[in-house]
Ligand binder design. Sequence first.
Ligand SMILES: *[C@@H]1O[C@H](CO)[C@@H](O)[C@H](O)[C@H]1NC(C)=O
Length: 427
Amino acid sequence: MKHLAVALILFLFVYQKCCAGAGDGFIRTRGIHFMLNGSPFYANGFNAYWLMYVASDPSQRHKVSTAFQQASSHGLTVARTWAFSDGGYKPLQYAPGSYNEQMFKGLDFVIAEARRYGIKLVLSLANNYENLGGKKQYVNWARSAGQYLTSDDDFFRNPVVKGYYKNHIRTILNRFNKFTGILYKNDPTIMAWELMNEPRCTSDPSGRTIQAWIMEMASYVKSIDRAHMLEAGLEGFYGQSSPHRLNLNPSFNIGTDFIANNRTPGIDFATVHSYPDQWLSSSNNENQLSFLNNWLDGHIQDAQFVLNKPILITEFGKSLKDPGFSSYQRDVLFNTVYYKIYASARHGGAAAGGLFWQLLTEGMDSFRDGYEIVLSENSSTANVISQQAHKLDQIRKIFARMRNFEMWRRARRAQRLARNRGKPIGK
Ligand SMILES: *[C@@H]1O[C@H](CO)[C@@H](O)[C@H](O)[C@H]1NC(C)=O
């Protein structure tokens, strides 16, 4: 019995040393934390919407590999990217339910390559905006099929459109990856699905339309895939369920509700985006930073105490087209976001990481949008990024060690109990 317990302790230690961090498990939530292979998981990562598009051309695939290689050498562990491109030029889905195999192979490659570099993926399933199709393309497809639709927001309401979108969900989740031989829905390289990039429904400011849509689609995703986490893709604007928070919103209402939407069954964690340079474009840099501080504080607190779910800052950045831009200002903004995450995480809080917008690699000038970061060219920001990765990794190690110690104590207690049980009663 004693030998067995010792062997168990040894096994747990060795397992933790060799296998935790190998990244072969599914990331899941436990309370307000993400867990991977028994340890808390913190995400320092990036957005790169272009991965599938670029990888669909085999002669360009080295750019995807370079991006992952540079990201992983700066300690980045999560990439958020598009698993959609609907209609238009080089589409993944060229008509409802009809897919371009060349593009799908591009996405297969992205997933296979992410796995090779130890990077987990957040895959978004549709776009609110008309870039790469979006809800407008879906609504137009339904119009061509004879539906009478008056608004792009009918994406969230019309049964035919919802059917098209569900078909896309089903197609992606059941895709057989030609490089890895693994169905997407069984692949632990995928951290989470995202229903839509920044869902907005301005035609219904009450928020009921988006709420109903998230509920329906979350349960649809979970009916196919219970292994992966799911998030809604929200920017984090508050709605009617939290009147005391409305003052944190920039002054526009887009029909979403951070609290109610993220409470939906099937939504595993909350997301927040932050673009004070766009949302408060007429304010100065100082006011934008003060907005950012309050915005993040509010959301991190609410994730922890109201939603009881982890929260990921899935987009933030600063454009070099902003008036008076300097890379110093961008570094200050990154440090502000990173510090909020760190301050929460080191006390065991709900903030689990941040993904900046957007990572490019050399020779991708046509993808520049003002927010781009090329790690090999923008060294001051690259330093800020790797420092954060290092700090989050320290926290992860501390919690992993604490957990090891806890397991060791439990094993010892079990051993003592077993030994005592062996003694004759009354002696
Ligand atoms: C990043 O580096 C490129 C190339 O050196 C430069 O053109 C660009 O202005 C830099 N961006 C920032 C934000 O410093």
